[in-house]
Write a protein that binds this ligand. Structure first.
Ligand SMILES: Cc1cc2nc3c(=O)[nH]c(=O)nc-3n(C[C@H](O)[C@H](O)[C@H](O)COP(=O)(O)O)c2cc1C
Length: 193
């Protein structure tokens, strides 16, 4: 990722525990700070995001009905908007994300509703002005699970896309190497309707 033009970044750890994802996320924060980039953090070991109920309230109002539950969603929405880039550290749970990270992603449905149901100009502008993101994947021993993590990559791409971010790099933290990028839809016509 080109970090020159970035003044602030959001670093998310998607693990429910204070483990390898969070340690790697903290190391990224230190690296960003050394570059003079303001790093905001959102570590799911310390936060609670209640899962979407699919009530469709957001498709009519543009707001989530769960806001009155006082979980950590509102603060995260502010950070997503304020940050120039995003670094996501995600563990593999049965080829996909942990339930806590999926719950966070499902709350992005409010962005989808504002864009496609309410034609909110701010959300529509995110289609052409995507901010850069990196996905860092942490997994267990390959000998114990042969199913990989393609579903995790697809889920992260889909969710971050609707939040206005484009994954520019996927890094396998176990192997210490980048995974070749998968082409992602860039135009509204190619996106989920
Ligand atoms: C419920 C659960 C499911 C997991 N499923 C997989 C898997 O399918 N493939 C894999 O390689 N590792 C799997 N793991 C191992 C984790 O991906 C691995 O321990 C990872 O480092 C956890 O990240 P953390 O330390 O940030 O919590 C699983 C772990 C748990 C707790």
């Amino acid at each position: 990722m080109t970090v020159r033009a970035i003044e602030s970044a959001l670093v998310i750890s998607g693990s429910p525990r204070c483990g390898r994802s969070q340690a790697a996320a903290k190391a990224k924060c230190a690296e960003l700070a050394a570059r003079g980039i303001l790093a905001h953090t959102f570590f799911l070991s310390e936060r609670q995001v209640i899962a979407c109920r699919g009530c469709n309230h957001c498709t009519r109002s543009g707001a989530c009905v769960l806001l009155d539950q006082n979980d950590d969603w509102a603060g995260l929405e502010d950070l997503l908007g304020a940050s120039d880039a995003l670094f996501l550290y995600a563990p593999v749970y049965f080829a996909g994300p942990p339930a806590q990270l999926k719950a966070l992603f499902d709350r992005f449905q409010v962005f989808w509703a504002r864009r496609y149901c309410l034609a909110d100009p701010k959300e529509i502008s995110k289609v052409t002005q995507k901010k850069p993101a990196e996905l860092h994947i942490l997994h267990g021993n390959d000998q114990h699970d042969q199913h990989g993590f393609d579903p995790l990559i697809g889920i992260c791409r889909s969710a971050l896309n609707i939040a206005g971010f484009k994954i520019e790099a996927v890094i396998d933290e176990n192997m210490g190497k980048s995974i070749p990028p998968i082409s992602a839809p860039d135009t509204p016509a190619q996106e989920r309707s």
